[in-house]
Design a protein around this ligand. Sequence first.
Ligand code: IPE
Ligand code: MG
Length: 238
Amino acid sequence: MDGNGRWARLRGLPRIAGHREGVNRVRDIVRAAGELGIKCLTLYAFSCENWKRPKEEVDELMKLLERFLRTQAKEIRKQGLRLRTIGDIAALPEKVRSLLEKTIAESAGNEKGTLVLALNYGSRQEVIAAVRAYALAVREGREDLDALDWDRFSRHLYTGDLPDPDLIIRTSGELRVSNFLLLQGAYAEYCFVQKSWPDFGPADLREAIEAYNARERRFGMTGEQICNGTGQNTRLIS
Ligand code: IPE
Ligand code: MG
């Protein structure tokens, strides 16, 4: 979700006004994703690198996150969503953390879909944490070093029990992935859209999904193999 600051600046507003409008789009997109039957939606809300922003902006972002969690809990329940996070939430303000833990616990049994908030998330940091966890498990005899493969290793990532992303959308015209799900996105389709996040609405989500549906995902195979059936189940919506 990129471009909040530029969206605000273009309108002569402070950056935080862009973040506020961005939260409104989060609500819209969470609802639209539910209506489209998206099983898992991950929102990159705050990266490990975002701590480097001016303190006032970080504080405002945390306040917005707190308010979002307070008001969104009802919606999450209504939509039957399970809330999850990826990232090191221990470093977030106490109020945010306890709200997260409460909503995650309350929604754990919901099965309609999963809403994942990437908070204090960075892909490289995640890999280091997973390597540490795996090494510790080897030392304690819970894992076998010789048996290390992607399947075993990836269980130690924050996304351990989540599916790999099929489609990754970045708004605001930037053509980079900024430390987001670098390994999990190995076979993801990417969609870079010009609009800033505060301008990204349900129709844009649908358009991105339609573009995704028109692509052929080959996973290293040939187009002929895919036409023979292997790739027919990769459409997100019909
Ligand atoms: C994304 O918008 C929001 C967060 C990182 C929380 P930006 O704040 O990065 O907006 P630009 O890139 O400055 O326009
Ligand atoms: Mg940005």
